[in-house]
Every structure is written in C-alpha cells, then in structure tokens.
Design a protein around this ligand. Structure first.
Ligand SMILES: Nc1ncnc2c1ncn2[C@@H]1O[C@H](COP(=O)(O)OP(=O)(O)OP(=O)(O)O)[C@@H](O)[C@H]1O
Length: 259
C-alpha cells in the first residue's frame, strides 16, 4: 500500500486516552489509506474497542490529533460503517433478517422504518453483497452466528462507507465459518476500496489477506505487515517481557503473552 495517490482515511498523531484516570492508550501514531485491510490485535482490555470508539467520536483523546478523511471524528459520521461486537440474538426474535439490515438506514430505531423503493433496493443490494439473500426473510433469531454476522456487515455497508470498523466479527465462529467471513470482508474491501479495521484475537485466518496489523498491548502499539509486527522482538518490546513468536504450518503462535 505504498501508492501515494490514495487518500488518507485515518490519521492519528500522538494520541493518548485516559479513562477514569487510567492511561489506556499512550502516544499512538498511525495512518490508514483507502482500500487498506488492517487487523487490530491485542490481549483483552488492551484498548482495541477504545480505539474504535475514538474513531467513531464516542470518546475523546486526552491528547493528540485524530482525523477521519481530514476532519475530526464526529458521532453519526456516514463515512464510517460500524459492526459492533456481536452477541447472539434471542432465538425467538421474530424480526426478519432484512429488517435488521434496514436499521443501518433508520438509525437503529426499533421498527421497520419508512417503506420506499430506494430503501428496499439499498437493503437488497447490501444483502446480496454479503450473500444473505437466501435467508433474508428468516426470523433473525433463528440464524447461525455466521449468518447474523453477515447481516451486521450488510447493515454497516448501507451508508456506502469509506471506512469499515468490524469489532471481533470472527468471535465464536468455527474455522470454516470464520474463513467465510474473512473472504467476504476481503471482497468488500477490495471491490469497494473501503478501508477496513477488523478487531480479532487470532491473526491466522487473516494472514493471507491483511495488508497490515496494529498490535496494541500495555497502552503501546506497533503497526506494520504481520511479518514486521508479529515477531519475538517487537512483541517483547510491546509487552515489556519475553515473548516468543513461533511460525509453524503457515501459522503464527505467540508464546508467553496473553492474547
Ligand atoms: N468507560 C470506561 N471507564 C473506565 N475504563 C474503561 C471504560 N471503558 C473501557 N475501560 C477500560 O479500558 C481498557 C480497554 O478496554 P477495551 O474495551 O478498549 O479493550 P479491548 O482491547 O477491546 O478488550 P477485549 O479484547 O476484552 O474486548 C480496559 O481496561 C477497560 O476496563
């Protein structure tokens, strides 16, 4: 992604975050260009969701500068599509899948939204893009975790975002369903040239597709290709203690650090 003609979508300079008097992120610096696919990694409580909340304008940094498409973050930014961490929906939730996707247009109001042909066409196109048309009329509570995840991504795509934030879309999916979501997100990223930040605890399913990774631990971060960042040297520095990265069977295993 060294093409200097592509637009900068995110820029963070010396960004620190304190919550309830506790330093969560310290002096974070990175920028993301359009069409980049980036995984965000780090142990529980490292500040991955906090980083997404900063970009969404939900929390403010205690110092430093953040720009999204050359403007400060703001709530309700239509240039950002956001799929929050997913909890499996109630099995008896009778809403149809396509109604849930429609919340992406209706600001998450609990209800079917105003009917219009344009609205229906937008929802139909988003359902098709995530390969969800076949279960579009099913009650959402009866869908599998992978199917529900597709709907969250479709919902996030409705505003034609330039930046897609996906918080742990692979959590609680088995290997093959996780792989399907990875393939889907890669296709969306490449065809729309939308920048993607995807939070994950396991980089392995993403290794063949991501451009770069942001690794956050103990308030500090490192950004680069997986080969640059997920090394014994870089992770030992981030964690402040010896960490060993083992490569085997085209997979990476991090030993000596909590993930
Ligand atoms: N509103 C808040 N007030 C005080 N502390 C907070 C607040 N929100 C989050 N934190 C703390 O900030 C730290 C980072 O939380 P965050 O949710 O960003 O971590 P994470 O990397 O997304 O973790 P996980 O992998 O468990 O989802 C945690 O220690 C958490 O307890």
């Amino acid at each position: 992604m060294s093409d200097v003609t592509t637009e900068t979508v995110i820029s963070l300079e010396n960004v620190s975050v304190q919550l309830a008097g506790k330093a969560i992120l310290r002096e974070i610096n990175f920028s993301v260009r359009e069409g980049e696919f980036i995984a965000i990694l780090g142990p529980n409580g490292a500040g991955k969701s906090t980083l997404l909340k900063l970009l969404l304008g939900l929390i403010k940094p205690s110092s430093g500068t953040i720009e999204i498409l050359q403007r400060p973050p703001r709530r309700g930014n239509q240039a950002i599509g956001y799929a929050p961490q997913h909890r499996v929906l109630e099995a008896d939730l009778a809403l149809r899948a396509r109604d849930v996707v429609g919340f992406g247009l209706d600001g998450h109001r609990w209800g079917p939204g105003w009917p219009s042909r344009k609205r229906d066409a937008q929802i139909e196109q988003a359902l098709q893009e995530v390969d969800a048309l076949r279960f579009a009329n099913e009650p959402v509570g009866q869908l599998s975790g992978g199917e529900q995840q597709r709907l969250l991504i479709a919902q996030a795509l409705l505003s034609n975002p330039r930046l897609l934030l996906l918080d742990e879309p692979l959590a609680s999916l088995d290997i093959s369903h996780g792989q399907e979501i990875v393939t889907l997100v890669e296709r969306v990223c490449r065809t729309r040239k939308v920048a993607v930040l995807l939070v994950t605890h396991d980089i392995n399913p993403l290794l063949p597709v991501v451009d770069r990774v942001i690794y956050i631990a103990h308030g500090h971060s490192a950004i680069g290709t997986p080969e640059e960042v997920i090394t014994s040297e870089t992770l030992s520095k981030l964690y402040g203690s010896p960490v060993e990265v083992v490569r085997a069977l085209n997979r990476l295993f991090v030993v000596g650090a909590e993930m």
